[in-house]
Design a protein around this ligand. Structure first.
Ligand SMILES: Cc1cc2nc3c(=O)[nH]c(=O)nc-3n(C[C@H](O)[C@H](O)[C@H](O)COP(=O)(O)OP(=O)(O)OC[C@H]3O[C@@H](n4cnc5c(N)ncnc54)[C@H](O)[C@@H]3O)c2cc1C
Length: 315
């Protein structure tokens, strides 16, 4: 049922209606900081005024040909420039999804014998360098399981060039504990999330309970390493376990972060800051905002119902 509704929400007519229905726009705006840099900046300033750090996720245009990836590259570079102009770049994180930069482009549409991975590496390098020059840094997102090897290979190159570049790992994947052990070198920013992509049982843990256990095992290892764990979850139990691990390992507040999505558990985000933790909010914005929202619906049936009600003017 949920997938049918999500399919419905993804249709062009529904997209048009959602863009013009004020209640639907309001609902989307709870989770997405708008479409333009002018929409984004006030959100970032508000978060900063509350002691929260931010990680900006640029939501680009779908990538079908290399020109789309080049357009998204420009979107990232404009973002860095704007953060710089506004004086809010130092300490900012950009979350970069390599798919926006061409990672998944098929060989047939690429010229010059370059693969999608090579194009994404070249573009991501430009984003990492521009960010670093502005005092910001990049953490690479992780997509579906078949892209993990390629993503780690690209991250290694970027990290060698700029050691502040972080990487995301998904607890749902069986391989993650080994990956984390290999990556957890001093100072490396490792973001641990549960993972939001479907994966076959051969490569992924089975149910929520197994994923949570894997999350805790990996987190325990990261917390006792010299890496910088970025704890990306809203799950109250996992947050409590993380706080206990931080206490036991005596970690300083600048040696780990809690990270949560914009609009989700905002009071908890502030509570973490109020008691002295470092908390960073992952703020999505950009031309691909609607697709991001629909993906979010796919994960949360309750949000789908709210969205439909808002479209029908019943909110
Ligand atoms: C900073 C950050 C970066 C991420 N990067 C990636 C990535 O690169 N690759 C990837 O696969 N996944 C990524 N994710 C998504 C992640 O994998 C999970 O899908 C998502 O965080 C939900 O899992 P959870 O740990 O919060 O636990 P859950 O058990 O899913 O959620 C715990 C509670 O949080 C609340 N909640 C969580 N998500 C939502 C939502 N969307 N809407 C409303 N309430 C919600 C609910 O109250 C829920 O009961 C990222 C998440 C964060 C916070």
């Amino acid at each position: 049922m949920t997938s049918l509704l999500v399919h419905w929400a993804a249709r062009d007519a529904v997209r048009e209606a959602a863009m013009s229905a004020p209640a639907a726009r309001d609902l989307v705006n709870r989770y997405v900081a708008g479409q333009t840099l002018d929409d984004l900046v006030p959100v970032l300033r508000l978060l900063a005024s509350r002691g929260l750090r931010f990680s900006v996720e640029y939501l680009g245009v779908p990538v079908e040909v290399p020109a789309d990836a080049a357009r998204n590259l420009q979107g990232y570079l404009d973002l860095v420039q704007r953060l710089r102009d506004e004086g809010i770049a130092p300490g900012a994180e950009l979350s970069v999804r390599l798919g926006w930069l061409g990672q998944e482009l098929r060989d047939e549409v690429l010229d010059g014998g370059r693969t999608g991975g090579e194009l994404a590496l070249a573009y991501a390098r430009l984003v990492c360098r521009a960010s670093s020059n502005a005092g910001a840094f990049v953490t690479i997102d992780m997509s579906h399981h078949e892209l993990v090897d390629g993503t780690l290979a690209i991250w290694r190159e970027l990290h060698q060039d700029l050691p502040g570049t972080g990487i995301t790992l998904q607890a749902a994947l069986r391989r993650t504990e080994d990956d984390a052990r290999e990556i957890a070198m001093p100072g490396v920013r490792v973001r641990l999330c549960k993972g939001s992509f479907r994966a076959p049982r051969s490569v992924a843990h089975r149910g929520k309970h197994d994923v949570d256990l894997a999350f805790v095992r990996t987190l325990r290892m990261l917390m006792s390493s010299q890496a910088v764990p970025l704890v990306a979850t809203h799950d109250p139990r996992l947050v409590a376990i993380s706080e206990e691990l931080i206490r036991r390992t005596g970690r300083a507040a600048d040696s780990y972060e809690f990270q949560m999505l914009y609009g989700i558990r905002p009071l908890e985000q502030r509570r973490l800051v109020d008691i002295g933790h470092t908390a960073r909010v992952y703020v999505p914005f950009g031309p691909g905002w609607y697709d991001y929202y629909v993906r979010n619906l796919a994960e949360r049936p309750a949000n789908t119902a709210l969205f439909i009600r808002s479209m029908l003017g019943k909110r």
